[in-house]
Each structure stands twice: as C-alpha cells, then as structure tokens.
Design a protein around this ligand. Structure first.
Ligand SMILES: NC(=O)c1ccc[n+]([C@@H]2O[C@H](COP(=O)([O-])OP(=O)(O)OC[C@H]3O[C@@H](n4cnc5c(N)ncnc54)[C@H](O)[C@@H]3O)[C@@H](O)[C@H]2O)c1
Length: 320
C-alpha cells in the first residue's frame, strides 16, 4: 500500500497523534476523512482540507456512515487512553467496541487495509529491550488489556476475512498538542508553583520517548514499505530512555526555574504504571528507517514546543 492519492479514514483524527498524522497524509496527496467525538481533542486541530464527521464510534450508525467501499485504508487511533482511568470497565468496553464494530464494517464494505494504534502497555513489566515476539503478554492495566484484546480482534479479522493489518505498538509519543502526560503536567505545575514540584513515584521511572514527527514518519514508512501479510506488528519507539527526574530537570532548565522536588514515593507513578519501558526497535530499523530524535532529544524538543504552546494559552483552551 502506498499512502499517496488514497482515500484514508482516520479515527481519532482530531487527537494528538491523529491531527499530526492527518496533516502528513494531506501533504502526501491523500484524501483524508476524520471521525472523532472530540471527547479528548478540539475540532480546531482538524485541517480545513480534511473531511470531518463528528460522532461516537461506539455507535453503529456513525460507523456505517464513515466506512464505505470508497475507503482504501482505515487508520484507527480513537481510544480512551488514560492508563489511570477511574472507569476501567467503561474504558475496556468503549475501546474494544469501537475496534470490533469498525472491523465488522470493513469486512462488509470490502475495506481491506487496517491500521491499529496499540501500545507498549500490552507487554506489562517485560525484560528490555522488548521485541515484538516477546511472550507471555501480561498487561498490568485495563488500558493495556483493552489494547491486547483489540490486537486479537485485528488479527482474527486479518486471518479470517483478508483484512491486511498493521499494528503499531507505540512507546511514549511527545510533541505539540500532547496533554494528560508528564511533560505538559510538569510545565503547568512549575508555572503555577515555581518553588516546589511534586513528582509521582521516586523519579527513577525510565521510559522511551519518541517525537511525534518521527512517529508519523515511521507509520507511513512501514505502511508504504511492507508487503501485505495478514498482520504486520511493529514497535515504534527509540533505542534510549529518559527518566522522570531527567524530564523534570529539562522542564525546569527550559523554564529557568529551580523548584524543590517532592516525591510521592514508590517505584511507579500510579497503580498499573509500568515503571521501566524500552521497546526493541530492531524490526523497525531493519526496514531502513531510523528516528531523527533519540529519547532525550525528543523530550527536549517537546518541552520547548509545549512550553511555547502552553504560554499562548492554546493548551487550556484546547479541550472542552
Ligand atoms: N500518545 C501516546 O504516547 C500513545 C502511546 C501508546 C498508544 N497510543 C494510542 O494511540 C492512539 C492515539 O493516541 P493520542 O495520544 O493521539 O490520543 P488522543 O486522546 O489525543 O486521541 C484519541 C482521539 O480519539 C477520540 N475518541 C475517543 N473516544 C472516541 C469515541 N468513542 N468516538 C470517537 N472518537 C473518540 C478523542 O476525542 C481523541 O481525539 C490511541 O489509540 C492511543 O491509545 C498513544
């Protein structure tokens, strides 16, 4: 599949990753249709040359409206993604329902290419770097469980109904429009209280961060270069990691503040948080693609971008 002059449906196309991906797909000359309920995003992030349907993807009528034979590929990014969701049952049902209904409609309408946004959380607390064929898969959050269940649905439709599928297991993706994550959280906290910064856990949690520009390029590179097999699964991340303490230091240096760090304690930020994560990127780099930014560089760049974005008030204004 070459992502050029194609008709692409992006679910969750109004969100952080989706809005950047949509801009990239439009630049490549694709016809892009977005469906989003804007429960965690803002319609202002949608480029004017993309077609937009506003609606909830757990509703069959919305799915029937947006999935049709004219669509060449569905890129499914919509999800409730908070790993610390206070309604885990609702999160599981919503995420798996959207994916199940979309796949069913793709089968009915003969849409034979499907991309699914999965997550490093499906691996649970696995040895690092974690390759795509690592087992046993034991997620420790309901969010991770929903992603693993959805991967199973994607695989079953790929094998039983010929829907060629790409599964991307993202590390932590960072960049403009990111919210509900450690970088924007620290920026807002330091700005509101430059004397003291509360850090969840012991600050030694260490994860791999990938810049959004690399994430979007990697997705398109893999889709463009893979010959169709029923399911192509790729980790998308960087070879290196950044600790939470390092992120706090980068934020404080960028904002030119030196607060005292207060730790809530324990080895993780919250129940279900995987404290250390580094995905193997060997399979990705063996396709001839390398990220431009390693983890620390991606964090530095995202801190600068978000500090500027947030100071303009775009951040707080961005969500309903
Ligand atoms: N950002 C990351 O670091 C990261 C890491 C791992 C996996 N992912 C996955 O990548 C995808 C995109 O993540 P993101 O960071 O852009 O999240 P996001 O919250 O910014 O985007 C998701 C979008 O889906 C929409 N949405 C949610 N429920 C919906 C529903 N029922 N109907 C219609 N739209 C709905 C939201 O309004 C939002 O615009 C998600 O599936 C997420 O689980 C992201």
């Amino acid at each position: 599949m070459k992502l050029r002059n194609k008709s692409v449906l992006v679910t969750g196309g109004g969100g952080f990753i989706g809005s950047h991906l949509v801009e990239h797909l439009l630049k490549l000359g694709n016809d892009v249709h977005i469906v989003d309920d804007f429960s965690n995003s803002n319609a202002n992030w949608v480029p004017s040359d993309a077609k937009l349907t506003m609606g909830d993807l757990t509703n069959c009528e919305i799915i029937e409206q947006v999935v049709g034979p004219e669509i060449d590929i569905v890129i499914h990014l919509a999800a409730r993604k908070d790993p610390n969701d206070d309604d885990p049952d609702g999160q599981f049902v919503e995420n798996t329902t959207m994916t199940r209904l979309l796949l069913k409609e793709c089968q009915i309408e003969n849409v034979n290419e499907f991309v699914f946004a999965s997550s490093s959380t499906i691996y649970g607390e696995a040895p690092r770097p974690t390759p795509e064929n690592y087992a046993p898969l034991e997620p420790i959050s309901v969010y991770g469980a929903s992603k693993l269940g959805e991967e199973g649905l994607v695989s079953s439709y790929a094998h039983s109904h010929g829907i060629n599928s790409y599964i991307f297991r993202f590390a932590n993706i960072v960049g403009p429009r990111l919210r509900g994550a450690v970088i924007p959280d620290f920026i807002e906290k330091v700005r509101s209280d430059p004397k003291s910064l509360t850090i969840l856990g012991d600050g030694r949690q260490e994860k791999s961060y990938m810049h959004i520009t690399d994430c979007v390029e990697a997705m398109c590179h893999v889709i463009n270069s893979q010959t169709s097999v029923p399911v192509s699964t790729f980790n998308l991340g960087t070879k290196t990691t950044t600790s939470v303490d390092q992120i706090a230091n980068i934020v404080c240096n960028t904002l030119d503040e030196s607060p005292d760090y207060q730790y809530t304690g324990g080895d993780r930020g919250w129940k279900g948080d995987v404290p250390k994560m580094r995905l193997s990127t060997e399979k990705l780099t063996s396709t001839g693609w390398e990220p431009k930014y390693e983890s620390d560089m991606a964090v530095r760049l995202a801190v600068k971008e978000l500090a500027t974005e947030l100071s303009k008030g775009n951040y707080s204004d961005s969500l309903k």
